[in-house]
Structures are given as structure tokens and as C-alpha cells.
Design a protein around this ligand. Sequence first.
Ligand code: HEC
Length: 132
Amino acid sequence: MKNLFLILLSAAFLIASCNSEKKPEKEKIVIGSKKKTTSPEYELGKELFKGKGNCYSCHRMDKKSVGPSVAEIMKIYKEQNGDIVGFLRQKKDPIVDPENYAVMKTNFARLEKFTDEELKAIALYMNEVTVK
Ligand code: HEC
């Protein structure tokens, strides 16, 4: 009886330790903290957002520049269950700042060359950055 209890206990322990190994991928990012998630998709999104995508030249993380901050965009997208990839593919109308949509529109021709995976990575990056 005692042995069975020990086996069950170690099984439970094993399951628990397996779960905790998977955790780092789901960790949240807080603006201003040094804690960062690293998943390949997140890294790709970050690289595209700041590099080839050129998004960072108009979108800062936490303050408005030419365009609204990523924090503001994601707040509204979460509230309204928005679809970033759909927006970037011009399938969804602007919901953050429609008056300045013309400025954002200048990106769409360039974004046509991006794959769905690349756009999804950008959306994931924007989403993770602002979760508090
Ligand atoms: C030339 C400046 C500029 C660049 C570069 C730019 N944006 Fe924007 N973006 C804007 C402006 C201005 C708005 C506000 C107008 C609007 O809401 O459509 C905006 C709005 C947005 C929105 C919110 C749209 C909505 O629902 O209203 C998203 C999402 C977005 N940009 C993503 C991106 C991504 C991703 C990139 C890089 C691929 C990018 N932007 C590059 C200027 C820019």
C-alpha cells in the first residue's frame, strides 16, 4: 500500500515537472521589464516589426509617434476582438484611428510580399509586447 502511494506521488511529481518545463514560452512581457519571451515566432515577429516591416518607424511600444502606440492598438484590438492579420491584408477596416488610415495604407503594397506566417509573427509580437 505504501509503495503504491509512493509510485503515485512520483508520477504526480513527474507530470508537474514536465508541465513547468513548457512554461517559459507562455511567459508574458511587460513593457520596461527585462523579462522576455523567446519563441522562434516571437523573434521573427520582432525582427520584422523593427526591420524589414519598418513598423517601428511609425509605431513605438508605449507612446504615440506617427502612428498609435502598439500598447494602444492592442488594447483596442483586444477589447474589440480585432484581427491584425486581416487588417494588414486589407480584409478588415481600421478600428483604432480611421482618420489617419491613409498614412497606414502606404504600407499595404509592401506587405503583400509578406507571407501569412510573417504577418502572424508580427501580430504575435505586437500582442506579447503589450500584455501586462
Ligand atoms: C508611415 C507610418 C507607418 C508605418 C511604417 C506603419 N504604420 Fe501602422 N499605422 C500608422 C498610422 C498613422 C495608423 C493610424 C491609422 C489607422 O488606425 O489605420 C496606423 C495604424 C495601425 C494599426 C491599427 C489599425 C486600425 O485598426 O486602426 C495596426 C494594426 C498597424 N498600424 C500595424 C502596423 C504594422 C504591423 C506595420 C509594419 C508592417 C505598420 N503598422 C507600419 C502608420 C504607420
